[in-house]
Write a protein that binds this ligand. Structure first.
Ligand SMILES: Nc1ncnc2c1ncn2[C@@H]1O[C@H](COP(=O)(O)OP(=O)(O)OP(=O)(O)O)[C@@H](O)[C@H]1O
Ligand SMILES: [Mg+2]
Length: 390
């Protein structure tokens, strides 16, 4: 694992590189040794349920937690042994911890003043402009809204010109609407300043909205890493498939393979799975978990099944429940291959026959099917999400 010589290429001078970094507390492993590279200038999200090791990972980057194993590099520099204040890194926490007795201007100026810089006006004003608080400079923190206070905390960190800004659930204290606004706002700020942001959250929508790259963590490990759309469309584990939205799973058996496609048997019917979208072992007769997202599926009344184009994956079932939520209707369909298939149908022309009890055909483009190793728990990642909501 360890090399004696640093073989860093000159080009990657600003990346955050974690190599074999891990943390144990006694017999408990909070973070299993992991390798992770955060490209310079990117917006990177660490996403996972409570207790999975996000904060611990972030604190090891900041130097606030000593790793049990591994190294932290910022660009070419090994910072593993450096104390927090010697690292070109700043952290914004969920509790912004602004100084209540100082006004907004002085809160933002704090880092500069501490370094003995006297002419701070220009820089502080620029920072306040960046976070759109120019008008609020002389107010005290308690006179600002939660979102405004949060932006002060960001400005206060950015004025130190860190190479990397670490954000630990910075929007956690805000209500949903303000959260959504601040997500876009933080994204804009990151694009404008161009420095690396590492953002910790347990909210999958937040991670997907903001980040260029998301690392999905589960029980102290990075389960999968990728661009949001890639993770959503091509999950490689049931945990990732369930944690990022909703997935339907069908247990199927491999029948044959040809022309880059697998033919699978499920409940007496056949399903097509592009081989490129399969991450399960594919010996003939082997089991594969076939996944498909609810919004990829069309729902056709059984009487009209003749009109479904050839080449689509299809299964039959009976509508068990329907929930109208405005933009779409969410159906639960009972079928021989899956007890509660979820299907989201956009409300364009509603078919009045699609009510509970109706016989239907579910069909979708085989390209929207993904295949997972059937040896996994189908419900991994589901309960944690529900706990979060409750
Ligand atoms: N000082 C400590 N001593 C013992 N165990 C710890 C310590 N700090 C954290 N842990 C444990 O390590 C695990 C990971 O904690 P961490 O704070 O990184 O989780 P997290 O992903 O940030 O969770 P949350 O979303 O709730 O903030 C948890 O199980 C936690 O109980
Ligand atoms: Mg945490």
């Amino acid at each position: 694992m360890k090399t004696t010589k640093d073989t860093t290429a000159p080009g990657d001078s600003g990346d955050v590189r974690l190599t074999g970094i891990g943390k144990t507390y006694g017999a408990f492993t909070a973070v299993h040794p992991l390798d992770l590279t955060v490209p310079e200038g990117s917006f990177f999200a660490l996403l996972g349920a409570s207790g999975c090791g996000k904060t611990t990972t972030l604190r090891m980057i900041a130097g606030l937690e000593e790793p049990t194993s591994g190294t932290v590099h910022l660009g070419d520099q090994d910072v593993t042994a450096l104390p927090p204040y010697k690292r070109p890194v700043n952290t914004v926490f969920q509790s912004y911890a602004l100084f209540p007795h100082l006004d907004i201007f002085e809160n933002v100026a704090f880092g500069l003043r501490r370094r003995g810089i006297r002419s701070v006006k220009k820089q502080v004003e620029e920072m306040l402009e960046l976070v759109q608080l120019g008008e609020q400079a002389r107010k005290k923190p308690h006179q600002l809204s939660g979102g405004q206070q949060q932006r002060v905390a960001v400005a206060r960190a950015l004025i130190n010109h860190p190479k990397v800004l670490l954000l630990d659930e910075p929007l956690g204290a805000l209500d949903l609407k303000l959260r959504r606004q601040m997500q876009l706002e933080l994204k804009r700020i990151q694009t404008e300043v161009g420095i690396t942001f590492v953002h910790v959250t347990h909210d999958q929508e937040e991670a997907m909205t903001m980040a260029d790259t998301v690392a999905v963590m589960n029980a102290g490990r990075v389960e999968q890493l990728g661009a949001p759309a890639d993770l959503y469309e091509n999950p490689r584990t049931t945990f990732v498939a369930n944690f990022l939205g909703t997935s339907n799973f069908i247990e199927a058996e491999v029948d044959s393979a040809s022309g880059g496609e697998l033919v699978l048997r499920a409940g007496g019917g056949k399903l097509i799975l592009p081989e490129a979208r399969n991450s399960a072992p594919t010996t003939t007769g082997g089991k594969v978990l076939v996944g498909v997202r609810p919004e990829k599926i069309s729902l056709t009344h059984a009487d009209d099944a003749g009109g479904i184009p050839a080449g689509r994956n299809r299964i039959t079932g009976r509508i068990a429940g329907a929930g109208f939520i405005g933009v779409s209707t969410q159906f639960v369909v009972d079928s021989p291959v899956c007890a509660d298939f979820e299907v989201y149908v956009q409300n364009i022309d509603r078919d009045p026959r699609l009510v509970p009890g109706a016989e239907v055909v579910l069909h979708w483009n085989p390209a929207h099917t993904f295949g997972l190793d059937a040896a996994q728990d189908i419900d991994a990642g589901v309960e944690t999400v529900e706990e979060e909501v409750a």
